[in-house]
Ligand binder design. Structure first.
Ligand code: 6PG
Length: 466
């Protein structure tokens, strides 16, 4: 091979998988890793794909190995390493060579990098873990459209396909691609948390075995909840620990890790004043799960939560319906946040394209996203709950969510994300809420002023104003 079609730096789990995927789709790829032995091991284990791979042991060799105008994908840890890599690479490149950051970058970093870039630069979100990177991720692009168009043939070829349609789409300029990926991860956290809450209700409230719980998830995966996360939750619940021969879940410590992408979603949502209570609850639940000592002390003092549910109080069908409702609330919040960001940053993100790119390859891939794409196509400025199809679904499931949350709370079973769903729903559908009390309080202690319902006059004050 005279020259590779593309280059890739960073042969960690995701980078190596992506490189093999690119080679498998018939493209020549030059690769480089800071640790040379990693490159050598990668190349030696590439099998037949090695014929389309050029292993290099210096950045200069990598650059030389790629056909002009060059494109180089960075698959290195998010943060300063990306800046260091760009600084080392850019001087070796021609002015029109394209650098792509395909890591889980904070979108603010991508916006900064794009502004200071001395050559073409894209920030793309890649979702689907190692399996996705190797056999078909979902790819969310951000940056100049002309730069995306240059590399789109390769990204579409390696991406997951939904009914033949590539799940690789340009989301918008600047940091739009990494922003959409961040919100994807926030939704992922909430999806995972709500599934974990239904697991807790089945385990503690109904006393079901892990195997029965797993089979329940398996059954749900044949209905409206069909999704990667429900599918793998069924597998995890039915997995056996090799060392003990017992259920795997029994030996896993209940303290959730987090690299931080869900946290970024919550932080940005506050800046945008965009309500995402399901994601906020999920991040908080991970934070609280990590405080195992404090939780053990609290249990010793207050007695354990998570008691048995009254017989027949919650059926598995009601639980499935509750999870459907909670999922819809969560996605309505996620798409609402994307709409808020698109308006705030002027990105013009096409929300139906976001729903479509998430239909395959990514961690939150699910059947319901196809319906969401259709609803958003009708009107993407509208809260998803107000789309006729979802209004009908919510009317048919919110009662189950309410009942499940009420019974779980009565039994002392923690359901922060599912609970946030019913609170979000009730708040949304109450035209006359209680923020008038907040306005009164604010005016009492800070004379911040309020608007009158009857006259519409603003900046009004209560009798306490002197
Ligand atoms: C994906 C995943 C991935 C994520 C890891 C760890 O879309 O492939 O979201 O990008 O970073 O799964 O995520 P946490 O450590 O934040 O749970």
């Amino acid at each position: 091979m005279k020259h590779a079609d593309i280059g890739l730096i960073g042969l960690g789990t995701m980078g190596a998988a992506l490189a093999l995927n690119i080679a498998e789709k018939g493209f020549g790829i030059a690769v480089f890793n800071r640790t040379t032995s990693v490159t050598r091991v990668f190349f030696a284990s590439a099998g037949d794909l090695a014929q389309r791979i050029v292993p290099t042991e210096s950045l200069a060799d990598l650059v030389t190995a790629i056909a002009r105008p060059r494109t180089i994908i960075l698959m290195v840890p998010a943060g300063p390493v990306v800046d260091e890599q760009i600084a080392a690479l850019r001087p070796l490149l021609d002015a029109d060579d394209l650098i792509i950051d395909a890591g889980n970058a904070n979108f603010q970093d991508t916006v900064r990098r794009m502004k200071s870039a001395t050559g073409p630069f894209l920030g793309i979100g890649v979702s689907g873990g190692e399996e996705g990177a190797r056999h078909g991720p979902a790819i969310m692009g951000g940056g100049a459209r002309e730069h995306w168009d240059r590399v789109a043939p390769i990204l579409e070829a390696i991406s997951a396909k939904f009914e033949g349609e590539p799940c690789a789409t340009w989301m918008g300029p600047e940091g739009a691609g990494h922003f959409v990926k961040t919100v994807h991860n926030g939704i992922e956290y909430a999806d995972m948390q709500m599934i974990a809450e239904t697991y807790g209700i089945m385990r503690d409230g109904l006393g079901l075995s892990d195997d029965k719980i797993g089979k329940t998830f398996e059954a749900w995966n044949k209905g409206p909840l069909e999704s990667y996360l429900v599918e793998i939750s069924g597998i995890v619940a039915q997995s056996t620990d090799a060392a003990t021969g017992g259920p795997l879940l029994d030996v896993i410590v209940d303290s959730a890790g987090q690299k931080g992408t869900g946290r970024w979603t919550v932080i940005e949502a506050q800046h945008l004043a965009s309500p995402v209570p399901a994601i906020e609850a999920a991040v908080a639940a991970r934070n609280l799960s990590a405080r195992r000592t404090e939780r053990a002390e609290a249990e010793a003092l207050f007695g354990r939560g998570g008691g048995r549910l009254a017989d027949g109080a919650v059926t598995l069908q009601a639980l499935e319906q509750a999870l459907i409702a909670g999922k819809i609330m969560c996605y309505a919040q996620g798409f609402g946040m994307l709409a808020a960001a698109s308006a705030e940053f002027g990105w013009k993100i096409h929300l139906p394209d976001v729903a479509r790119v998430w239909r395959a390859g990514c961690i939150i891939r699910s059947r319901m996203l196809n319906d969401m794409a259709s609803a958003l196509e009708e009107n993407s400025a509208r809260n998803l709950l107000l789309a006729p199809a979802f209004t009908r679904m919510v009317k048919g499931t919110e009662g189950a969510l309410r009942s499940v949350v009420a019974n779980a709370v009565t039994a002392g079973i923690a359901v922060p994300a599912l609970g946030s769903g019913i609170a979000y729903f009730d708040t949304l559908r109450t035209a006359r809420g209680t923020a008038n009390m907040i306005q009164g309080q604010r005016d009492f202690f800070g004379l911040h002023g309020f608007e009158r319902m009857d006259t519409g006059a603003k900046g009004q004050h209560g009798p306490w104003a002197h």
